[in-house]
Design a binder for this molecule. Structure first.
Ligand code: HEC
Length: 190
């Protein structure tokens, strides 16, 4: 079989494999566009997930969704026993809701850092009315009217109260020591 001679405008590359030769042709545009597109896509993709961490990877996305579902479930039926309140205090969505409530309603007396001003410090191990979750919730339920602590549960409802308690508990560890004191004496700032 006689080899087909190349057309006038086509140059043949020098190499030859088992007598097979190639034209020296430009890659087609669609092919080049796919390549450049893939390079651009890579930069965007990597920046989104790895450099700026905007996108969540699979396990992170699942955790976030589970946290939201758990928050919705706990908020729909707020139970105020010790175990539930501890559980709420470890759920970032609930703690965030509690932080909003706390900073709006409680921080004026307890400060945004919870370290106390008119009302006592809520992040140390000393408590006047008890520091277990149910005791803290009970304080919100009854208030300490004589001392200027309003009863919050009747005002803001069980859900918001439980969230505020969860926020306070997020500064504490289950099983940490709790000491009871008669009254809180504001300390001069160190
Ligand atoms: C008007 C001021 C004021 C506001 C607002 C306020 N508190 Fe208090 N709170 C107090 C005072 C005063 C006490 C101390 C009561 C006592 O001496 O027995 C107290 C006590 C407490 C205690 C008991 C602390 C302990 O040592 O036993 C908790 C818990 C608490 N507050 C939570 C909250 C939360 C949550 C909010 C917001 C929903 C809030 N407080 C809003 C004034 C306030």
């Amino acid at each position: 079989m006689t080899p087909i001679p190349p057309p006038e405008d086509e140059t043949l590359r020098h190499h030859s494999f088992d007598g097979i030769q190639e034209f020296d042709k430009r890659l087609p545009n669609w092919w080049l566009m796919t390549l450049y597109g893939a390079i651009l896509f890579w930069v965007g993709y990597w920046a989104y997930f790895q450099w700026f961490h905007v996108g969540l990877d699979g396990p992170q996305a699942v955790t976030r969704e589970m946290t939201k579902i758990e928050a919705a479930r706990l908020a729909a039926a707020p139970t105020t026993d010790n175990a539930s309140l501890w559980k709420m205090s470890r759920n970032p969505v609930i703690v965030e809701a509690g932080r909003t409530t706390f900073n709006t309603l409680c921080a004026s007396c307890h400060t945004e850092k919870l370290t106390g001003a008119i009302g006592p410090n809520l992040v140390d191990h000393l408590w006047i009315h008890g520091g277990t979750p149910t005791e803290i919730y009970a304080t919100l339920e009854k208030g300490v009217l004589a001392k200027g602590m309003p009863a919050w549960v009747p005002v803001i409802g069980a859900k918001k109260s439980a969230e505020a308690v969860a926020y306070i508990l997020s500064f504490h560890q289950e099983g940490e020591p709790i000491e009871v004191q008669a009254a809180w004496i504001p300390q001069a700032p160190k």
